[in-house]
Design a protein around this ligand. Structure first.
Ligand code: ADP
Ligand code: ADP
Ligand code: MG
Length: 684
């Protein structure tokens, strides 16, 4: 076995690989970019070497730097994790030349499966059904149109070099094909440096099934069962489980043996995943989609049902060991479900968030595993993938696994960074999800219906916590200048009334009228809702500036965690719903001071283009600048027609969430046209 292994990755997967290295008594070598200097994978590894600046190209994708680090610390092998260099044939070759073992398959396997056109041809040749279509390189737009006609609409246009769901276009009619091809080529060239496209029939009501295989160097191969990953948003997996609720024993046998055949075609070695698509209408008719020649994000669900450590298996195969068990020894036990925690805001169309973690609490319970790279009081940036952590739950059956996962997500608290946790919990409560009636469009339909499942009771509890927290904070700050000077009207110990406009992260605004002291108060919400008596039974600090409150509302007791930091109040509600982010109360006379012309960045990121200068005349909706985060470009548009008054950022500047980046003032106000909003008239 190796003495030292370099982990060529970051985030949760680097932390996870390091933990197996530690368990096996192997020295771990982390690598990092400037942004990740204090990151958890760096802290947990035995050794760490800086690769370079924060951009992935100069750090985690820099083959020379990674191999220099391996040589310097005498690492005999490199674990690539997923993403970054994991499916890069040049990297596999470079490892070979440098005499370092690449923990994964051969260059040939990586190349064959990395080119989806070649992969489909080879797999079809071996008698495994592939999605009907034409997988052929170099088709021009006319040929693509002809092929689409042959297959029949709807069709899916795909990049041959694709990954991460990027560059795919669903096309419903011949008229829409030309535009789809142009944009798919552009996105594919930008993401993969290759604009080769192919075309497939779109499988209706699709479900994503995949099979984990494991093969050693002696042609002993086993499958470790299937996973279902049909809960996807924009072709990216969100929730994954093992086994699939769809399969009968017979279709499971067919699917897993097809996967092993694909492994043979690829002359595969190590841990790999064969992905299939199947229509809910024909569950027994599955089609090969692609093979991922690496460890997959969702591998923990397989680990939980098999009891195997897949990273350990990867290391053993890479070190030349023979598999120590056969197919008959593989037993699948119970059910496991994983949820991916992303730094994104469901209430803002899933835009990336980020920020400083103020308080972190990860769930700890029977049957629950958390793979995470989060550090209490760490920074969550937007340079890399927005996935922060995974919560995985195992149960005797699917229902128990679902319940445990939901409960675990309710225990996850990440004050300071908005995540998709509340969305995940709402999704897990969906009737079709509970019933296992999944398909890859379920999330889109679910989002159309609106995902807020919180009840009035939840709202009341949140409001009560909010009010008590502010009273407490007021008390704490009463000796010095309060950060909440805007809260005119608080008189501790006296009866005074204060009016709050509270904006929560998912629900609309609530208005509170609060009267009382911090132990006992009267709460009036909105106009129609009846007044409520809130009693604070207990409050104790659990971390710097974080209070745990036991509250009673109309005789019902509940526990929340609250912190007030800067302009925001964060509330985590233990048990039922997940946390809420609450914006600060506004002084009533401030309500009218809305800077209509302020252009704010809806996400943290980097300014990559500025297309206007002060004095320019602009129309409503003109793109003034472009902010980029997570490889996503986001144009910021003029909030009103007029003239650019100020530009507050330049290309290359980092901007924070909600930062004002430009101001537009309206010049001519046509009183007769109600569609023109008035800006800051006084300065015009
Ligand atoms: P997997 O197939 O391993 O479950 P995905 O299909 O979600 O994972 O992602 C495929 C690869 O693309 C992974 O290696 C992941 O690191 C990478 N990836 C996923 N989402 C993004 C993203 N938003 N930006 C960059 N890379 C991503
Ligand atoms: P990537 O390399 O980006 O992971 P895949 O070929 O695995 O690309 O496809 C990603 C996702 O797109 C699949 O999980 C599935 O949800 C959807 N998809 C791919 N091919 C088809 C198809 N022919 N019909 C319907 N959905 C598809
Ligand atoms: Mg895929």
């Amino acid at each position: 076995m190796f003495d030292t292994v370099l982990v060529a990755n970051r985030g949760e997967i680097a932390v996870r690989v390091i933990s197996t290295l530690r368990k096996m008594g192997i020295r771990s070598l982390a690598v990092y970019s400037d942004e990740d200097e204090g990151a958890r994978h760096v802290r947990e590894a035995d050794l760490a070497i800086r690769l370079g600046p924060s951009t992935a190209r100069e750090s985690y994708l820099n083959i020379d730097r990674v191999l220099e680090a391996a040589t310097r610390c005498a690492a005999q092998a490199v674990h690539p994790g997923y993403g970054f260099l994991s499916e890069n044939a040049d990297f596999v070759r470079a490892c070979e030349s440098a005499g370092v073992v690449f923990i994964g398959p051969s260059v040939e396997s990586v190349q064959m499966m990395g080119d989806k056109i070649r992969a489909k041809a080879a797999v079809a040749n071996a008698g495994v059904r592939v999605v009907p279509g034409r997988a052929q390189a170099g088709m021009d737009d006319d040929e693509l149109r002809q092929v689409a006609q042959e297959i029949g609409y709807p069709v899916l246009v795909k990049p041959s070099a694709g990954g991460g769901g990027k560059g795919m276009r669903l096309v419903h009619s011949p008229e829409a094909l030309a535009d789809a091809v142009v944009s798919a080529r552009r996105e594919s060239a930008a993401s993969f440096g290759d604009d080769t496209l192919f075309i497939e029939r779109y499988i209706e009501d699709p479900r994503h099934l995949e099979v984990q295989i494991l093969v050693d160097n002696f042609s002993h191969g086993v499958h470790l069962g299937e996973r279902e990953c049909s809960l996807q948003r924009r072709h990216q997996k969100v929730i994954e489980e093992a086994p699939s609720p769809l399969l009968s024993d017979q279709s499971r046998r067919d699917l897993t043996s097809a996967a092993l055949r694909v492994g043979e075609v690829a002359r595969y070695r190590g841990v790999g995943t064969v992905e299939f698509i199947v229509s809910s209408r024909r569950p027994d008719e599955f089609f090969f989609m692609e093979m991922n020649t690496r460890l997959q994000v969702e591998h923990p669900v397989t680990e939980m049902v098999t009891g195997l450590d897949l990273v350990e298996q990867q290391l053993r195969v890479a070190a030349g060991e023979e598999l120590s068990f056969s197919q008959d020894d593989v037993r699948l036990r119970g059910h496991a479900i994983e949820a991916r925690i992303y730094a994104e805001d469901p209430s803002r169309d899933f835009l990336p968030t980020g920020g400083e973690l103020l308080f972190l609490r990860e769930p700890l319970a029977e049957g629950v595993r958390v793979d995470s790279s989060l550090l209490a009081r760490g920074h969550v940036g937007t340079t890399y993938d927005p996935m922060l952590a995974k919560v995985i739950a195992h149960g005797a059956d699917r229902n128990q696994a679902l319940d445990r996962l939901d409960q675990a997500l309710g225990e996850l608290v990440t004050f300071g960074v908005v995540t998709n946790t509340s969305f995940l919990r709402a999704l897990l409560a969906n009737a079709d999800v509970r019933a296992g009636a999944l398909d890859t469009n379920l999330i889109a339909r679910f989002l159309e219906q609106g995902t807020d499942t919180r009840t009035d009771e939840d709202l009341v509890e949140c409001a009560g916590a909010f009010a008590v927290a502010h009273l407490l904070d007021r008390q704490r700050c009463s000796s010095g200048p309060s950060r909440f000077d805007v809260l005119d009207g608080w008189r501790l110990g006296e009866h005074a009334s204060t009016h709050f406009d509270v904006q929560t992260s998912l629900a609309g605004p609530i208005t509170l009228d609060i009267e009382g002291t911090w132990r006992e108060l009267r709460l009036t919400m909105g106009e129609a809702a009846p007044a409520l008596n809130v009693r604070c039974l207990e409050s104790r600090p659990v971390a710097r500036n974080v209070q745990e409150l036991v509250l009673s509302v109309s005789g019902r007791t509940f526990i929340v965690l609250v912190t007030i930091e800067g302009a925001l109040t964060w509330i985590a509600h233990r048990g039922s719903t997940s946390w809420w982010r609450v914006t600060p109360p506004r002084r009533s006379d401030e309500t009218s001071v809305v800077h209509d012309g302020d252009l704010r960045s809806p996400m943290p990121g980097v300014v990559i283009h500025v297309g206007a200068k002060p004095g320019d005349a602009v129309s409503l909706g003109d793109a003034l600048l472009v902010v980029e985060a997570m490889k996503m470009e986001y144009p910021l548009r003029a909030p009103l027609a007029g003239e650019v008054a100020e530009l507050l950022v330049r290309v290359g500047d980092q901007v924070a969430l909600d930062q004002v980046v430009a101001r537009v003032r309206s010049l001519v106000i046509d009183e007769s046209d109600p569609s023109i909003s008035t800006g800051d008239r006084s300065s015009a």
